[in-house]
Design a protein around this ligand. Structure first.
Ligand SMILES: Nc1ncnc2c1ncn2[C@@H]1O[C@H](COP(=O)(O)OP(=O)(O)OP(=O)(O)O)[C@@H](O)[C@H]1O
Length: 279
């Protein structure tokens, strides 16, 4: 099916800024007696996709929530788009949050709202003109190839379609950063690949930096070994042996960031936990 990407403007991150999009410096956070993240430092650079791996309950979602200020660290410093958000008020955070698209675990759509209102929610909250919201909703739904679901309720969609709607909602304001929290969680392998194809499309067509949590190693390796081909309008494998150089890995274990590096470094890592995790 032919399509064109019809966003009003490119994301700022595609304009060549060399500033990191996200910086964590020695970040720690815990809840009551539970220390979740300990002294975590890493960066997401412009145009970069960072895949966050780690066992269940290690703090991957907590890390994503720290990035857009939904949680605050106990110590350390967090910069988002070059601004120190560590102690920002909600009001100060708001303009930065509007530049960040978040795909929550399980999609988290509003069941009582039609797809169009789920996707346009953020813009409606900001009192954007109705015709502009409508145009952007249609653009976003076209990107995820779900224009025909405009008037439907989420309950009438399959699990994979609901995730696509969640992605359409996250990208509606052409974010400068996307946070994907287990976007394929609970989906079968074939449907998962259709979701990863959208992630790769967003990465390769719009160049949006992202931080993606996944439980599925297969998702991660699909992302590094494929690219989105706009001519064919589909994800295709990179030529043999090539990997996407802008996609790299972070691994959390026992509250610590035990790996921060490239695909090649990950698969040749001698760390016993990583070797077992990848096996
Ligand atoms: N708001 C909170 N209050 C108290 N504890 C919390 C809160 N948020 C997270 N936790 C705890 O922090 C730990 C890490 O949770 P988190 O959801 O980040 O794990 P995860 O790595 O994303 O897990 P999964 O892979 O299962 O999604 C868990 O023990 C969780 O119960």
């Amino acid at each position: 099916m032919a399509y064109s990407v019809q966003f009003a403007h490119e994301p700022a991150s595609a304009h060549g800024s060399s500033e990191p999009v996200v910086v964590f410096e020695h970040v720690s956070i815990g809840f009551n007696d539970l220390k979740v993240l300990k002294d975590v430092s890493f960066q997401v650079g412009p145009g970069e996709t960072r895949i966050l791996l780690g066992p269940a309950g290690v703090g991957k979602s907590v890390l994503l929530k720290l990035v857009n200020g939904l949680l605050r660290p106990d110590s350390g410093r967090i910069l988002l788009f070059g601004e120190d958000i560590t102690h920002m008020t909600e009001r100060e955070l708001f303009p930065l949050r509007t530049r960040t698209g978040m795909v929550f675990q399980e999609g988290a759509l509003f069941d009582s709202l039609a797809v169009r209102d789920n996707v346009g929610y953020q813009l409606m909250e900001r009192h954007k003109p109705v015709d502009e919201v409508d145009r952007r909703v249609r653009d976003s739904l076209r990107f995820v190839e779900l224009e025909h679901t405009y008037d439907l309720l989420p309950a009438s969609l399959s699990g994979g379609m609901r995730r696509r709607v969640a992605i359409a909602r996250a990208i509606i304001d052409q974010p400068d950063l996307i946070l994907y929290d287990s976007p394929t969680g609970g989906l079968d392998p074939i449907t998962s690949t259709t979701i990863i194809e959208l992630v790769v499309k967003e990465r390769d067509v719009l160049g949006t930096p992202s931080l993606l949590v996944t439980h599925r190693l297969q998702d991660a390796f699909t992302m590094v070994t494929h690219r989105f081909d706009q001519t064919q309008n589909k994800m295709v494998p990179l030529p043999h042996g090539q990997i996407n150089a802008k996609t790299s890995f972070l691994v959390l274990h026992d509250g610590k960031l035990i790996f921060d590096g490239t695909t090649a470094e990950l698969i040749t890592s001698q760390d016993p936990f990583i070797k077992e995790f990848l096996a």
